[in-house]
Ligand binder design. Structure first.
Ligand code: UDP
Length: 360
């Protein structure tokens, strides 16, 4: 069985790290499975890409398409064209795509037109916000996928409410659990403290990169103002995404109280999550990682796909409103993270996914 995996963005490298490890494990045990990796080039800085391949021992990509830094349409279009060439050459049984980026949609569209089966990992998530590029990518990818691997029961329910049973495409949803939990469990003991970083005993770990925040000056301004207030008494560590860095450099927002650092590799990131007191983020992945490491999370968005974290009281949604951010921050010592709930499959998602594909 040949699987072509399409990757391009940081969270996809982290997710694929666990699945590739499982493919290698199964193939060493005699399973008939081979993976060909295609890196679209959507994220290309070494600290947004290479570091994950090195640290997580993801096999080097067989193809690097070099398509980054373009508008959504140009990027997606060029990716479809190049991925199609690879698929025609490789003739795989499956194309595997992850999450909700332009690389995900391009991979799925190229495969669907060649009638190649598509496995969508992290299917069924919805924010119900059609202004999010990720929401468009996930809905369209789900609609043309063959097996939709859902990380949560909520994702399964979303697909059911979209009548997946009536699509008449033979598509199937499978509750696999979340591959990010596999990674968090595997790497928790391998975490490494970032060198040269002077950290207080208590610090807040923050990331900001969603377009809805970075591309809206009023939202970004409110978030930075709240972080600055918090930073007067608490160290705030902000590994900064290149997109946010570019925008902040052009702005006159005061960030002098914040400890801004370059994006870090996964082993450093896991260390920071393990040792911080609180996570503040607009990242999808980091909201769950906070939970995996028993840390409360304040989410700087108006909605989240990971609603079960709100239900168990591990996460609070505050949007980009300074007073809501401050009031959540002041309440945060009283958050109770109930880590006993098995919300994400317990770390066996990759195995379930590969077993299903081998059997299917
Ligand atoms: N991450 C990382 N280094 C950083 C910032 C984030 O390794 O400097 C990891 C983070 O722990 C999570 C993933 O990147 O596993 C999340 O990616 P991102 O926030 O870019 O995307 P999203 O999850 O929002 O799709």
């Amino acid at each position: 069985m040949k699987v072509v995996t399409i990757l391009g963005a940081r969270p996809q490298f982290i997710k694929a790290g666990s699945v590739s490890r499982e493919i290698l494990r199964q193939s060493k045990q005699g399973a008939d499975i081979e993976e060909v990796i295609v890196h679209t080039g959507q994220h290309y800085d070494s600290n947004m890409s290479d570091v994950f391949f090195d640290e997580m021992k993801i096999p080097k990509p067989n193809y690097f398409l070099g398509i980054g830094g373009k508008t959504h349409g140009a990027m997606t279009g060029k990716m479809i064209e190049k991925i199609e060439e690879v698929l025609l050459k490789e003739q795989p049984n499956w194309v595997m795509v992850y999450g909700d980026t332009n690389s995900t949609l391009a991979g799925a569209l190229a495969a669907s037109k060649l009638h190649i089966k598509i496995a969508h990992i992290e299917a069924g998530l919805r924010s119900f916000n059609m202004r999010m590029p990720e929401e468009i990518n996930r809905i369209l990818t789900d609609r043309i996928s063959s097996v939709l691997f859902c990380p949560t029961q909520t994702a399964m329910d979303n697909l059911e409410s979209e009548a997946i049973d009536e699509w008449k495409t033979g598509a199937k949803s499978v509750l696999s659990g979340d591959v990010m939990q596999d990674g968090a469990l595997f790497y928790r003991e391998l975490a490494e403290k970032p060198l040269d970083l002077e950290l207080s005993e208590k610090f807040v770990l923050c990331t900001i990169h969603r377009a809805e925040n970075t591309d809206d000056p009023a939202r970004l301004k409110a978030i930075i103002a709240a972080l600055n207030k918090i930073a007067k008494e608490n160290q705030v560590v902000l590994p900064l995404h290149p997109r946010t860095k570019n925008i902040l450099q052009k702005s006159d927002f005061d960030t002098s109280n914040l400890l801004i650092i370059d994006p870090v590799g996964y082993l450093n990131m896991v260390w920071l999550i393990k040792h911080c007191n609180l996570v503040m983020t607009d990242s999808g992945g980091l909201q769950k990682e906070a939970f995996f490491f028993d840390k409360p999370c304040i989410t700087l968005r108006d909605e989240t796909e990971w609603v079960e974290l709100l239900e168990v009281g591990a996460n609070i949604l505050v949007g980009a409103d300074e007073s809501r951010i401050m009031s959540a921050f002041n309440k945060q010592p009283h958050f109770k993270v109930d880590d006993s709930a098995d919300l994400y499959g317990g770390g066996q998602a990759s195995e379930r996914i590969i077993m299903e594909m081998l059997g299917g």
